[in-house]
Design a binder for this molecule. Structure first.
Ligand SMILES: Nc1ncnc2c1ncn2[C@@H]1O[C@H](COP(=O)(O)OP(=O)(O)OP(=O)(O)O)[C@@H](O)[C@H]1O
Ligand SMILES: [Mg+2]
Length: 399
């Protein structure tokens, strides 16, 4: 059988891989019953056309804030349709709509799907939105997810509150969500009291809870017998260490599932361990993509020399010694060459040493002193990750 044939005839261990993807919205959210109930309770008056309190929800990443609020919004829509209730809602992710204007534009475009508002002033959008709410007398719930991303958040909250003073009928309710706890301190006191009429904190999940969350998903995602319980436990334990993040737990399980699927065997602890290394590598590559230019070029030079084998390897006659160590001097020379190639002006050796320290602090390289034997007392540099991936990530930055 050739590779194509094998690909087409092979049995997957997945029944529905999508269930583990970040976009999947689970029907059931274990351990969030209380939170769901509380939000529903706060919003319930809206079904009868009464003003609900605004809610501010915060908690660490992956604690189910977005999933919980979306779940409640689905329920709100169901109740609205069943009882013809005067409520409406919009979900806005403020990472992509991070200005007051963009938030207003998104609302206007959603309530008037046939009109084009591009280029209109925000006062015009504001009037159109009020007209809609007043005309229908609806309670309009605006969910601002990742609300800490909005640059002019005080302006936005002020405008939404002022809208409520102008409305004869209807009302705008706000649900703000954030994983940034310090964000509240930066808010204007007036915005703070607007947003935090009700405040909720989502606690991190512990290992047992994460295991249960994974079990529910794994049962649908994999064919029977295609994963070991201990693999789920291990993924849950890693994620519990990682601040109780359910997203991370699911990511690990998906990666582990892909590795096992390729081998055509059930998911084991070993696959989870491999997945963890791979996921961490992704995180490192993300980190590299945010490095400033010169530290990135230094790191690139280190990676390139590591691939070629530096002077140390040649000196000791061990080009493939696996433990690839570089001299600080040769790295600086290479750094100057790479700068020239990429049309950047090299910084002084003093700056270069600062960059090395920065890279070490980020865990991307390790620094040691050579000891007297080799070339006096020079600094030795070792790359902490595979050079190919590091180089590819940095090259992308400079393209
Ligand atoms: N109780 C739960 N049961 C099942 N799945 C959950 C639960 N909590 C979270 N998840 C899943 O974990 C992932 C992360 O959850 P979610 O996106 O809601 O986190 P978040 O708190 O909004 O994180 P962030 O602050 O990073 O936006 C999602 O895929 C979600 O489906
Ligand atoms: Mg979220």
């Amino acid at each position: 059988m050739d590779i194509f044939e094998r690909e087409m005839t092979r049995e997957s261990i997945f029944r529905d891989r999508n269930v583990l993807s970040p976009h999947y919205v689970p029907e059931h959210l274990p351990y969030r019953d209380k939170e769901i109930e509380r939000i529903m309770k706060i919003l319930a008056p809206a079904l009868r056309g009464k003003k609900p309190n605004n809610i501010f929800i915060y908690g660490k990443t992956g604690t189910g804030k977005t999933a919980t609020v979306k779940h409640v919004m689905d329920k709100l829509t169901q109740a609205k349709e069943k009882y013809n209730a005067p409520v409406d809602h919009i979900y806005i992710n403020c990472r992509t709509h991070n200005r007051k204007y963009q938030v207003l534009l998104k609302i206007a475009e959603t309530i008037y799907p046939d009109e084009n508002f591009m280029g209109f002033a925000s006062t015009h959008l504001y009037d159109k939105i009020l007209e809609y709410i007043d005309g229908r007398g609806v309670i309009y719930v605006v969910v601002l997810d990742e609300v800490d991303q909005v640059k002019d958040i005080d302006d936005l909250l002020y405008m939404l509150t002022r809208a409520n003073d102008h409305l004869q009928k209807g009302h705008i309710g706000i649900i703000g969500i954030s994983n940034n706890v310090t964000f509240m301190d930066k808010l204007d006191p007036r915005s703070k009291s607007t947003l935090m009429q009700e405040e909720m904190v989502f606690a991190p999940y512990n290992a047992i809870q994460l295991k249960a969350i994974l079990s529910e998903r794994a049962e649908i995602a994999f064919k029977p017998g295609m994963y070991e319980e201990s693999a789920l436990e291990l993924a849950a334990a890693y994620a519990a260490q990682e601040s109780g993040d359910a997203r991370y737990a699911l990511k690990l399980l998906l990666r582990a599932g892909d590795i096992a699927d390729e081998q055509g065997v059930p998911v084991t602890d070993e696959h989870v361990r491999q997945a963890r290394t791979a996921v961490e590598e992704d995180i490192v590559l993300d980190l590299i993509s945010t490095l400033p230019e010169h530290p990135a070029i230094v790191l690139y030079s280190i990676a390139e020399l590591t691939m070629e084998g530096g002077k140390y390897a040649k000196l000791t006659g061990m080009p493939d010694s696996g433990d690839k160590v570089l001299f600080s001097g040769e790295v600086y020379e290479r750094y100057e060459q790479v700068c020239k190639k990429w049309n950047r002006k090299p910084r002084s050796a003093r700056w270069y040493r600062e960059y090395l320290k920065e890279l070490e602090m980020l865990g991307l390289i390790t620094l040691t002193l050579s000891g007297k034997g080799i070339r006096g007392n020079t600094q030795l540099i070792r790359l902490a990750f595979t050079p190919q991936k590091v180089m590819a990530a940095i090259k992308k930055k400079f393209e």
